[in-house]
Design a protein. Structure first.
Lengths: 363, 363
DNA sequence: CTGAAAGCGCTAACAA
DNA sequence: TTGTTAGCGCTTTCAG
């Protein structure tokens, strides 16, 4: 930046090709490439239209007053320059971000994408934009993600569940950002909570199996330390058994994320130890589907020889000739409700969207 | 803002509770709520630590030089104030965003969440943050999303496929932002493209069915106008048939998104018209799974009576006692590769990550 | 109805 | 090693 910095800036600014169309990048091979014009700014539009910046701003946001003539001139200039407003600048200036952060535990089964889908739809209607991160069911990672999302000063931040590390909790409670906890109601919400009771899901599941006469019951699940909601379901489930003077005959949990394969393997293990099982409660539908596949391969008759019960109410379970007995959760609706509350800056509250028992044909 | 605006601002700024803990909001009921301190700023940290702003900035980003003593003082002050840097401001100032935009067609089957997952993982390693939007397989919506994502001045923008509206294309080609097109290589990429050839997928699928001796073949698919990649697969598929002097016996496409239910319904319709079918090529695994379920319910033996072939290689298809014959696509890897190229500002290129035929047991 | 000017919170020269 | 000083591009008073 010695001799012609000003000229260079001017060129770049105006979209002209400066004298040197070749630039060097340290630590990368020298590459020739077309120098592109930087994006047009409000000021560019203003001077092109021959009006002040604030006028352009008002016109573009259709906020405040201006004459029709001015409006047309501004719109034309903007179109002509291919102007795309810079929301980073806009957000900074108006100190009210239109971003909503969402931290989901996982994207590898369809459950959270469905929640995201609901969030995203509703958010769009309200003029917000979703930013997301994945915690991989690790609280420590969630903590990092919380801090990094907060750095975008989102209008609201959504997280799954009510359990967080102390540090994450402190950040979330610091105020300034609406916090929405999703998919769980068993505990103390920080601000807004939208979901249902996982404890109750477990209880309803147990009552269903008991009502059908099953007594020799096993649990096949995935890593419970990471998935606290699955742990709560199991807790509710075992509570009901206990009340009836019963207990799980077998508990086969794999130290992995839930998956079809894990369900298959878990059931295999449970049956090896307890060939006389009557019913199995799975941590979710993916797991249950894996179990169902095992039964298919082994020719185990479902539910006569072995009853299977899942959780989530995924489409996959309901398409089978024998629909899976399970609990349907309102995932899209939870996302959409959360998004609406966030956008409308609702007061702190708990919203119970409930769940539905699908009797199905496997238990 | 008449009498004590300054005092109020000061209070807010300093986190004190101002005289009036109750504020009114036009167009909303008057609500009492605690006035919360606005987030601490760099300047707050600087004055708390007794150093200049730039020093704090350097320490916090660990960039530039500073003494160990200063570092400690700054870190303490920051921790004490619960300082979370404002990336909106940071981005604006450094004019280099750490955001990467991703526009996916849908979140309602697992395919794009898997791509997102790959993107997100790799992005994080490189210190970027993903922002996403869903186009619902509508080009017009994609156009809107492109404009609105560009407003965040992302470092890169990822979109699915090579087909866009003229306006969207113009925005994408405007330069200034790295564009990465995912999941398709049949056409002219704008900048970087990462994926595989859908035409070739169709061809390989057709050759497989022909090699197995199937001749009376139907196609069961979803809305092809919206899903151009599915259309390309079908095009490749039919091309191979044509080369052999053959043609599809039946073509049953539903005007909906792909789903298990649509696959079932589509196959039902195809069989109603052509009971003598030997094999069915589905637009994807969800559809094929629906077809498989229909066969199970009707007692149609697969593949002897009817062969089924899908696309995607989802876990669900492989868990069945009879693994689905299909094509596995490297979805997570595509996302991760795209993210890495974006983060490292790679030159324009096409990357073919290929796909894999899973012979399976249904065709 | 319109424009000038003061920030929003931070980064990046540039001096000191 | 540090602090001072311009902005980044926009929104928002506040005069005209």
């Amino acid at each position: 930046m010695a001799a012609l910095p000003f000229l260079l800036r001017l060129c770049l600014r105006r979209g002209m090709v400066p004298p040197v169309g070749r630039m060097t990048c340290r630590s990368a091979p020298v590459t020739a490439f077309p120098v592109r014009a930087p994006a047009a700014t409000l000021a560019d539009v203003a001077s092109a239209a021959g009006v002040g910046e604030s006028t352009v701003s008002r016109v573009l946001r259709n906020h405040g007053s201006f004459s029709e003539k001015t409006r047309k001139r501004v719109m034309e200039a903007a179109a002509q320059l291919g102007y795309v407003p810079n929301r980073i600048a806009g957000t900074l200036a108006s100190s009210g971000s239109r971003l909503v952060g969402i931290i989901v535990p996982s994207l590898s089964n369809i459950v959270f994408p469905e929640v995201l889908s609901g969030v995203n739809q509703a958010l769009e209607d309200e003029g917000y934009q979703a930013v997301f991160a994945v915690s991989e069911y690790k609280m420590a990672r969630e903590e990092e993600m919380v801090a990094s999302m907060l750095a975008w000063r989102p209008a609201a931040l959504m997280v799954a569940g009510l359990e967080h590390t102390p540090a994450a909790r402190a950040l979330l409670e610091a105020g300034g950002t609406r916090i929405i906890e999703l998919m769980d109601l068993d505990g103390e919400p920080i601000d807004i909570a939208v979901g249902f009771s996982n404890l109750e899901v477990g209880r309803v599941s147990a009552r269903h199996l008991l009502a059908r006469g099953y007594r020799r019951i096993a649990y096949v699940g995935h890593d419970l330390a990471a998935d606290t909601r699955a742990a709560k379901r199991l807790e509710g489930f075992e509570g009901v058994l206990r009340d009836q003077g019963l207990a799980l005959m077998e508990r086969s949990t794999l130290p992995t994320l839930s998956s079809i394969e894990a369900g298959r393997a878990g059931l295999e293990q449970a049956l090896a130890r307890r060939p006389d099982l009557e019913a199995v409660y799975f941590s979710n539908d993916d797991m249950a589907f894996g179990g169902y596949c095992l039964c298919l391969s082994r020719g185990i008759r479902v539910p006569d020889q072995l009853a299977l019960f899942g959780y989530n109410g995924l489409g996959i379970g309901q398409a089978l000739p024998q629909p899976l007995s399970t609990i349907r959760t309102p995932r899209v609706e939870i996302g959409a409700t959360a998004a609406r509350l966030a956008a409308r800056n609702a007061p702190a509250q708990r919203i119970d969207l409930g769940f539905e028992l699908i009797a199905g044909a496997t238990a």
